[in-house]
Design a protein around this ligand. Structure first.
Ligand code: ZN
Length: 265
């Protein structure tokens, strides 16, 4: 007999209850319910035909920062304007309830943080800060956000040396932050349960992390609309919307007032 989605949701909740150390790994699908497109796909951003792998590459940014900012501006506008969805809030609730130890995200939109997640590893950086490539000064978003949000070309620049700032997001061709990746690997090798939510596991090396957890003996839960290369070794695969499935899992966990109060807001 094939189990219903309800039964899979209950089974996922049981795995969270039984786990000693659960890690979540999230990707672009997590934020689509918040209206943020997957910026790695061609056709996003201002230029329909721009290939993000060129315009949002480290070389592209260094050689043509105006083009990079023109491409990134509409995405940044969407991210600053977006609100966390029930999926983000459910993951924060899992952490508060002690069911989730670490959240690893590929997303740069800061929606997990805004939903209340604390133990977070943003392996692709985030749009909350920018740094000067020349003098290493770091700026919080309130200092460069206006430049980013203007329709007219205004590049955020370093107030100390005048150099064009780079958003603290990992561009194509750029190494992932070493310390964050190291901490992510440590969490992955410590966990006995890994939830993959809203990621098709196609962006490497980040997508190696769930495979590493599996090889190390952890159980996997995958909630994603598309297939992934790990579906066949995964305990529970839900072809569902993370913004619906994750709150449903939280609803099946033992009532702890603090979890449910915040989730339902
Ligand atoms: Zn500078």
């Amino acid at each position: 007999m094939i189990a219903s989605e309800e039964q899979w949701i209950s089974a996922a909740a049981r795995l969270f209850q039984e786990a000693d150390y659960a890690v979540a790994f999230t990707g672009a699908g997590m934020s689509t319910a918040s209206g943020i497109p997957d910026f790695r796909s061609p056709g996003t951003g201002k230029w329909e035909n721009a290939d993000p792998r060129e315009v949002a590459s480290l070389t592209g940014f260094r050689n043509r920062p105006e083009e990079f900012y023109e491409w990134v501006r509409p995405l940044a506008q969407q991210m600053f304007a977006a609100a966390p969805n029930p999926g983000h809030r459910a993951l924060a609730a899992l952490e508060r309830g002690g069911f989730l130890t670490t959240l690893i995200t590929q997303n740069i939109d800061q929606l997990h943080r805004r939903a209340g997640s604390k133990e977070m590893l943003e392996i692709h950086g985030n749009i909350g800060t920018a740094s000067c490539p020349s003098c290493d000064c770091t700026y919080a978003s309130n200092q460069f956000r206006d430049d980013l949000l203007q329709e007219e070309m205004a590049l955020p620049t370093c107030t100390r040396c005048g150099c064009i700032l780079k958003l603290d997001i990992i561009l194509f061709g750029e190494m992932l932050p070493e310390k964050t990746m190291c901490n992510a690997q440590k969490a992955v090798l410590s966990c006995d349960l890994m939830l993959v939510a809203g990621s098709s596991l196609q962006v490497f090396p980040a997508a190696d992390l769930p495979a590493m957890a599996h090889r190390n003996g952890a159980s996997l839960i995958i909630i994603n609309h598309e297939e992934t290369h790990l579906d066949n070794v995964t305990r529970i695969v839900l072809r569902a919307d993370v913004a619906k499935a994750l709150p449903a899992i939280v609803d099946r966990l033992p009532t702890r007032q603090s979890i449910h109060d915040e989730t339902l807001k």
